[in-house]
Design a protein around this ligand. Structure first.
Ligand SMILES: *Cc1c(COP(=O)(O)O)cnc(C)c1O
Length: 395
């Protein structure tokens, strides 16, 4: 059996998205900025995609800027808000400690430029408290950036409430919604969002394309200078085929959201229940306020990396921490943020199911993880110390 259970890292492209993009690669390959018909055909496709994406998130088409993905959108959103803040003499930013590195590293950069950043710690369930965010706001706060859903532990943040507070205080609110868009209902008006990042490859679109929503009237700073594409806010010839495919993928994801969620929730819960039976294990992140496909566990006495390799032998693609941090020896900042100690955080496993998952696959995953954890514990000196009482169990 081969099971791809790493859909938070990336997803496979949908057939509809692939079919939609093909003609724009080799047939209608004109430059959207060219005036002849072949160029205008590409222009039309880009603008239709913009309208479709806008409809999916409740924005106006003009409020959508096409980018190269989630990281670029996060960078542009945060740096733009910082520029707006700087012009008004406001240099304080509020965020939380489980953001994606595209956000955290951009904030680090701003710190070096004299900005002050308050990272509000999330609670033990991996959710930031609205009250804590509110308490962190100051008169010189120019931006609040809190992700919609976490990429590692799947927890869904109280975006609407945070957005509401920001709106009342006149503070720009950005959310990295890369894990949410196409998976759970997102509407920029209902959710009081000023800026929002999304990425096609997380909802069955192609890699290397995404978008930034920026509310009308919000001043964006360019990361990339050049031509006047994207209303002068993002230069470079448009990724026409990618943009078309992204819009088709998003429409499909939104159309199937209810059906997919209904299917995934019981499978996710079956997986959580199965893995909970492994001794000295714990679920990471809130039991219920989490993405419908996300399961994240810590198993005491083992290392996540070895776990992944042995699961790979059994045909299961999973992840430990996030794709960006796996391979490095530092444990996930997200797991540390929810109070897992280093040793425990090292033994983590993230499984993110695809829409094609079924009960048989879930049972196979549970059986495989059990076998692999037991086997690794047999050889683990850390586990031996725990069992002999030399060290104390935490989980
Ligand atoms: C994947 C991801 C990103 C980065 O998106 P790319 O398109 O790969 O640059 C940013 N934030 C979150 C929450 C993500 O899951």
């Amino acid at each position: 059996m081969r099971i791809y259970a790493d859909n938070a890292a990336t997803t496979g492209m949908s057939v509809a998205a692939m079919e939609a993009m093909m003609p724009y690669l080799c047939q209608y390959y004109g430059n959207p900025s060219s005036l002849y018909a072949a160029g205008q055909k590409a222009r039309e496709a880009v603008e239709t995609a913009r309208e479709n994406i806008a409809r999916c998130i409740g924005s106006a088409p003009r409020e959508i800027i096409f980018t190269s993905g989630g990281s670029e959108s996060d960078n542009q959103a945060i740096l733009s808000a910082a520029d707006v803040g700087k012009a008004a003499g406001k240099r304080h930013i509020v965020s939380d400690n489980i953001e994606h590195h595209a956000v955290l590293h951009t904030l680090e950069k701003l710190k070096k430029e004299g900005f002050e950043v308050t990272l509000v710690p999330v609670r033990e369930n991996g959710i930031v408290s609205v009250k804590d965010i509110e308490a962190a706001l100051r008169d010189d706060t120019c931006l609040v950036t809190v992700m919609y859903a976490n990429n590692e532990i799947g927890t869904i943040q109280p975006v609407r409430e945070i957005g509401d507070i920001c709106r009342m205080r006149g503070i720009i609110f950005h959310t990295d919604a890369v894990q949410a868009v196409g998976h759970i209902p997102v509407n920029v008006n209902v959710d009081n969002i000023d800026m929002m990042s999304a990425s096609a490859h997380k909802f069955h679109g192609p890699k290397g394309v995404g978008f930034l929503y920026a509310k009308k009237g919000l001043r964006l700073s360019n990361l990339i200078e050049g031509g006047a594409q994207e209303f002068g806010r993002r230069a470079g010839t448009e990724n026409v085929a990618g943009i078309v495919a992204m819009s088709v993928a998003l429409e499909e994801a939104v159309r199937r959201m209810c059906e997919n969620t209904e299917k995934l929730l019981p499978l996710r819960d079956r997986l959580i229940e199965g893995l909970s039976k492994i001794s000295h294990s714990a679920l990471n992140g809130d039991r219920n306020i989490r993405l419908p496909a996300n399961v994240n566990f810590c198993f005491e006495g083992i290392e996540g990396e070895s776990l992944l390799l042995l699961l790979d032998d059994k045909g299961i693609c999973a992840s430990s921490g996030s794709a960006c941090t796996s391979g490095s020896l530092d444990p996930s900042h997200v797991l540390l943020a929810i109070g897992r100690v280093h040793d425990v955080a090292h033994g983590s496993l993230r499984l993110t199911l695809g829409e094609d998952a079924d009960a048989e696959q879930v049972d196979y995953i549970v059986k495989s993880v059990k076998e692999v954890v037991e086997r690794l514990r047999c050889f683990s000196p850390v586990w031996r110390d725990l069992v002999s009482g030399k060290a104390k169990f935490i989980l």
